[in-house]
Design a protein around this ligand. Sequence first.
Ligand code: NAP
Ligand code: MG
Length: 495
Amino acid sequence: MAVAEGLAKTQRGSAFLSSPRKMLINGEWVDAASGKTFPVYNPATGEELIQVAEGDKEDINRAVAAARKAFEEGPWSKTTPNVRGKMLWKLSELIAENADTFAELESLDNGKACAMAKAVDVAGTVEHFQYMAGWATKIDGRTMQLSAPGTFGFTLREPVGVCGQIIPWNFPLMMAAWKLGPALACGNAVVLKPAEQTPLTALLLGEMIQEAGFPEGVVNIVPGYGETAGAALSAHPDVDKIAFTGSTEVGRLILQAASGNLKKVSLELGGKAPNIVFADADIGAATAGAAMGIFFNQGQVCCAGSRLYVEKKEFDNVVGGLVDAAESMNIAPGMDPACELGPLVSDEQLERVTGFVERGKEAGAEALTGGDPVDGNGYFYKPTVLTNVNPDMEVVREEIFGPVVVAQPFDDIDELAREANDTPYGLSAGVWTSDISKAHKMASKLKAGTVWINCYNVFDPHMPFGGYKQSGIGREMGSEVLDLYTEVKAVCIQL
Ligand code: NAP
Ligand code: MG
């Protein structure tokens, strides 16, 4: 059984990787009911990193039962908002204290640069839990003046109950935080299923959740495959709500599975975001923003600016700068301090990205730079800029989820808006211009859950995030996320 040695630099990280990991059910670390484990790989080398307990239907059943008990009758059901807030804040502090361990495990598991994992994923996770700690004591109903004579009405905001949460591999720790933070602030109990490729930081988070004092059964973490553990969770008749981030294709399956008991569903799905540069923009900033918008996290970002539109007279200038940026990136394993672009998450993802670009080239797209994998071990793909594309091509329409951008020129703003919106997705968009009126017009024309103006990939726990159209249902973060994790009860009294 492979167990990684010498890869982690921190003591806690080495200890974590020194034996197969178990799952967290009812406050205990247990093996799968089947006794099975599955391998987790290091994408920088393709070698096996560690074995992890493989959850399946029976484990999901046990976890849901534990969550139900914690929610209905355990100490959690009597925990005050103030105490919930303190536990969430304590959790944020434990994560901050162990930032180096989280960052190295995220890097080894997902491939991303360790420094980036620390600065973005871990820091963002800490901030997210702190923000949600604040909400725990601020969840209110309202009072109503009713017209029925002699009555008084008010609403209560109550937790939904047992929440199933299924998360992807691109930001494993941060996606766990986006899901757990609001669910716990509102008083729910949770069964979390991390992605098969990247279960490690969620499992380490489970240890901290225990250290922070959350009672047994409040958070259960069941690693395993989507088709088994994930499907069992989304179809479970005793789960009140399911929250999912991942592909639109699986989002549809979740919605169908949830229909059995009509559980509440929130979905954060794919994207194919337009990133639009007007000729009057700060071209240096826009070019850097275009590069960051697509190459950050190896392009494995649901809101990646994967369709670049540049006003004709600046097209060559911006695209030339983007090619220079791509070619100057240091491609290296995530644990190399000089890493600017790490490997993709898996051999499967490398194959997907390679296939998209190959088919794009066959259809006539031209790779100005990149266009194929890096030779050697690991799942590295070159940062790629495709031009000579048309709106019907697969590379323009489908989410590639790799460091691949398609660049197209435009000259008419109305035509541009139509083309930018000509996609089943609507997660995000970027606009670069120094004309404030143009910026506002575009913000209103674009059908997307987030519009970044003269910036890209800026996140804040206080800013809602989610999709129009087939990019999802519901909004995470901000006050909006409280709607996903509370039920509204109207109480009417005849006085
Ligand atoms: P995925 O299958 O949608 O995975 C997301 C999560 O859903 C994982 O935890 C997965 O488990 C689980 N899952 C899979 N099938 C399920 C099912 N039938 N029922 C319940 N849960 C299920 O994504 P992927 O296969 O890893 O990646 C494929 C493509 O999805 C990517 O190329 C990308 O285009 C897109 N994607 C988007 C996002 C995003 O943030 N919007 C994130 C990841 C991927 P397993 O890990 O076992 O599959
Ligand atoms: Mg999958």
